[in-house]
Ligand binder design. Structure first.
Ligand SMILES: C[S@@+](CC[C@H](N)C(=O)[O-])C[C@H]1O[C@@H](n2cnc3c(N)ncnc32)[C@H](O)[C@@H]1O
Length: 307
């Protein structure tokens, strides 16, 4: 499968809502790498090329990518079996559930996976992560800030998880998936490759969202690393729009201020008695390119996004 699909994960800082804007700045390329893959929204939103690589330092996230790529059926079976074991489903329905009938996303089960369940192998770790990611508010996977955040109306329902895993697995076939620090990935990228870089924000409470903290020193280390590879790679960076970042990247060809709208749905737990269901936000970031946007020609078929 080479088509365009949605990211299988909910991911804090994910570029899902900006994907069309981002794709409009993507130049022609044959090798594509995301050193900070996270939910990989851009990889999933564009057609695959000759060489594709997703990298992230988060070991648990990478384990789920690898499991979906290599063992999708086992993951689907795990999710169903755990749900059957831990929800009070009368035995006569058990077989039905195992063979594909709708399955529940419940607060009780979210709590179970978050606090009690102790995975014993990679498959179980992936199953736990997948369940929590699909049912937590904004897909935030940091234990202290992980809350039940599923709603039938606005979340992907469990009955669609299997199909999502299969579609994702098809797209991940042949994709290189790595769990390394960004410097290793950038320095070893093949000449001419396009790197889409979405590092943790410069000014943000990122320790709330991610398992891996990015220090000020890491931001400087990234800029240094990109600078020494500038002549041989195509670079597209998205960052928060701050004077420090503008300064740090003043040697790049182009810098564009970009805005987009998005909405975050809240469950009853997070609304604290307010009536607001969906809150509107504005994404404001910098797109930093080491090529000129004029060179960008998208002669690919019209992109469509299945939900
Ligand atoms: C903003 S997120 C990426 C969001 C993603 N583009 C999306 O659309 O969902 C940043 C990612 O960088 C990863 N990260 C943090 N430090 C890293 C490092 N030193 N090397 C590689 N990845 C790192 C985090 O684990 C996180 O997944």
């Amino acid at each position: 499968m080479n088509g365009t699909i949605n990211s299988p994960f909910r991911y804090a800082g994910g570029k899902f809502y900006a994907r069309k804007l981002i794709l409009a700045h993507v130049p022609r390329h044959t090798d594509y790498i995301e050193p900070f893959a996270g939910g990989g929204s851009i990889f999933f939103a564009k057609p695959k090329v000759d060489f594709n690589q997703l990298n992230d330092i988060d070991r648990e996230l990478v384990n789920v990518y690898l499991t979906i790529r290599d063992n999708p059926d086992e993951l689907i079976y795990f999710l169903k079996r755990q749900l059957v074991k831990h929800t009070r489903i009368p035995e006569k329905y058990t077989e039905k559930v195992l063979y594909g009938d709708p399955l529940p996303a419940t607060k009780e089960l979210h709590g179970f996976f978050k606090n009690e369940y102790k995975p014993k192998n990679d498959l179980e770790r992936a199953g736990r992560w997948f369940y929590l990611n699909r049912t937590s508010y904004s897909g935030i996977m940091n234990n202290q800030n992980m809350y039940w955040g599923y709603g039938d109306k606005y979340s992907m329902q469990p009955k669609n998880w299997a199909q999502n895993i299969i579609r994702t697995s098809e797209k991940l076939q042949g994709v290189e998936i790595t769990n390394l620090d960004f410097e290793n990935i950038i320095d070893n990228a093949p000449d001419g490759a396009l790197l889409f870089l979405d590092p943790p924000y410069y000014n943000a409470d990122q320790d709330k969202f991610y398992q891996h903290y990015f220090s000020k020193q890491d931001h400087f280390r990234l800029a240094e690393c990109l600078r020494r590879n500038n002549d041989r790679l195509k670079l597209f960076i998205t960052y928060d729009n701050t004077p420090d970042i503008r300064e740090l990247y003043n040697w790049m060809s182009e810098m564009h201020d970009k805005e987009w709208n998005y909405c975050i749905q809240r469950t009853d737990d997070q609304r604290n008695g307010t009536d607001k269901k969906g809150e509107r936000y504005k994404g404001k970031e910098l797109f930093i390119l080491n090529y000129t946007a004029e060179q960008v020609s998208i002669d690919e078929p019209e992109l469509t996004f299945a939900s």
